[in-house]
Design a protein around this ligand. Structure first.
Ligand code: NAD
Length: 511
């Protein structure tokens, strides 16, 4: 995590704006003196500071949210729908503003920031159908004169803890459905790019959401632990790296909460000899280097069958030569990495792969960029013949580094994918329908693309991986989202009349 500074004496940073929490419908400072720096990754400068919550701040925010949840749960479905529609409209109309915030703190290029907003809004739009998704079932006359029905109720206050790589979309995946179902939400966004959360909070206020239903609490581990241990938080949705996801799942469930914790990834794309190699190369480059590889659904490894591997590597390298890396506001293809520390970590993996015997076909180290030289840059990098024993193959890199591993055929490729610890996304490129069908059956991964490199499901299907990519039973959004944020009750009801008299100690049977 980022080193913290003290707000009262931040080293050389007294003039920088402070990003405050958002509690009870507006900015709130809380009592904590701790803060962290927010960089502009394209210049390397600290542009703002963000407040880090103390345990007492967590208590206050939860108290406010709990009171708001009591009223919001009684808002009619029609009223909640109106607020969601209005929120969707505010974000859609002012998406340029939000996209600029994303680019300035995350570094992703503007077109990519717009894509992130569009995919987040998709879930808001899906959540607008809450009337349909929360209606229960009714069985008339389940037994003579007895009706049985089910209903779904909100949980109360729920927490969303999000990663740096999608500061708008990932929170929207969760809070849209949580709010639609009548809960109050406390969002703890990444401390690396926290402004989008406050912008979204202001959008909720503009849309007419009552104060306290949506809270933003900024911070680090202290804030996360405060939420995980708080008795009035009913559920936690987490997205981030696998070690933290595991920790959040174990801590949250130990404290009696529902937890869905989405973790890291190492996504493989298997290219069979019958694939269209130009389309496969386009896909590998788009999915490998979009958002500088800082996507949990990025393609990290291309498994190329030996007979076509040279041709595929050539095509990928040709396309990479045309990519422009630089400031996300200048129409470049790829922006900087999130921090200098992360850039150095990613660069370290390139060196490790080289030492382990991989060849660096395209080297992004020391690349010329269209931007400030102090930004956190690493150009697109292509590694070939990466040994599967190398840490560069086994570990999540989360940067613009695409590794090619050559395999003898389909079986060897499948075995490698299934041997991995992660199971988030994968793709197969082939024109053989039978092979694709076998792949979707046999691969141990939660989201599969058939000639689609980034298979992020649409909002009415759910998003989530397998193995170390998801802890918990519930995926994000779709039907899983509605189930996760509501508790089901089953009611058995009879309207008494004299014919129902008489004592019977036997277990109820149906007549
Ligand atoms: P991260 O795990 O460092 O941080 C995620 C959240 O956890 C942040 O809000 C952060 O403040 C908090 N956190 C960090 N350290 C903590 C600690 N020790 N205790 C408690 N909380 C802590 O992840 P990141 O670097 O922000 O995001 C990148 C990671 O997220 C990658 O591993 C990526 O694959 C993963 N990711 C997964 C998905 C998915 O859907 N599976 C989606 C996006 C990102």
């Amino acid at each position: 995590m980022t080193d913290t500074t003290t707000l009262s004496a931040p080293a050389g940073s007294t003039e920088r704006p402070i990003i405050e929490h958002w509690v009870a419908g507006g900015p709130w400072s809380g009592a904590s003196e701790r803060s962290g720096p927010v960089f502009d990754p394209a210049t390397g400068e600290v542009q703002k500071l963000v407040r880090f919550a103390a345990p007492g701040d967590v208590d206050h925010a939860v108290r406010v949210a709990r009171e708001a949840a009591e009223t919001w749960r009684d808002a009619s479905i029609a009223r909640r729908q109106q607020v969601l529609f209005a929120f969707r409209q505010v974000v859609h109309t002012r998406r340029d503003e939000l996209a600029r915030i994303l680019t300035s703190e995350h570094g992703k290029v503007l077109s990519d920031a717009h894509g992130e907003i569009a995919r987040g809004l998709e879930v808001v739009e899906f959540a607008c159908g809450l009337g349909h998704h929360t209606k229960g079932a009714y069985s008339e006359n389940a037994s003579s004169g007895i009706d049985v029905y089910s209903l779904r109720q909100p949980l109360g206050v729920v927490a969303v803890i999000s990663p740096f790589n999608f500061p708008a979309m990932v929170p929207m995946w969760f809070f849209s459905i949580a709010i639609a179902t009548g809960n109050a939400v406390i969002l703890k966004p990444s401390e690396k790019d926290p402004s989008a959360a406050n912008w979204l909070a202001a959008a909720w206020t503009e849309a007419g959401l009552p104060a306290g239903v949506f809270t933003v609490l900024h911070g680090d581990k202290t804030a996360v632990d405060g939420l995980l241990e708080h008795p009035d938080i009913q559920a936690v949705s987490f997205v981030g790296s696998t070690p933290i996801a595991r920790y959040v799942y174990e801590t949250g469930t130990r404290h009696g909460k529902r937890v869905q914790a989405l973790g890291g990834a190492k996504n493989h794309m298997l290219v069979l000899p019958d694939a269209d190699l130009d389309l496969a190369a386009d896909a590998a480059v788009s999915a490998g280097f979009g958002s500088a590889g800082e996507r949990c659904m990025a393609i990290s490894v291309v498994l190329a069958v030996d007979t076509i591997a040279d041709a595929l590597v050539d095509r990928i390298a040709q396309r990479m030569a045309a990519l422009r890396t630089g400031d996300g506001t200048r129409g470049c293809d790829m922006g900087p990495l999130i921090t200098a520390e992360h850039r150095d970590k990613v660069t370290g993996y390139v060196a490790v792969a080289e030492q382990d015997g991989a060849s660096v076909v395209v080297d992004g180290r020391g690349i010329e960029v269209d931007g400030d030289p102090n930004g956190f840059w690493l150009g697109p990098t292509l590694l070939d013949r990466v040994p599967t024993a190398s840490a560069a193959y086994r570990e999540e890199i989360f940067g613009p580094v695409l590794s090619v591993v050559r395999v003898g055929g389909y079986e060897e490729g499948l075995d490698l994918i299934n041997a991995g610890v992660y199971g988030n996304g994968t793709a197969i490129f082939t024109n053989d329908g039978g092979a694709a069908r076998r792949f979707q059956r046999d691969v141990q991964v939660g989201m599969i693309g058939i000639n689609v490199p980034i298979p992020v499901p649409v909002a009415y299907h759910s998003f989530g991986g397998w193995k170390a990519s998801l802890f918990g039973d519930a995926k994000a959004y779709g039907v899983h989202g509605f189930e996760f944020y509501t508790a089901e009750k089953a009611v058995t009801s009879r309207w008494l009349d004299p014919s129902h008299g008489g004592v019977d100690l036997g277990f109820p049977q149906h007549t």
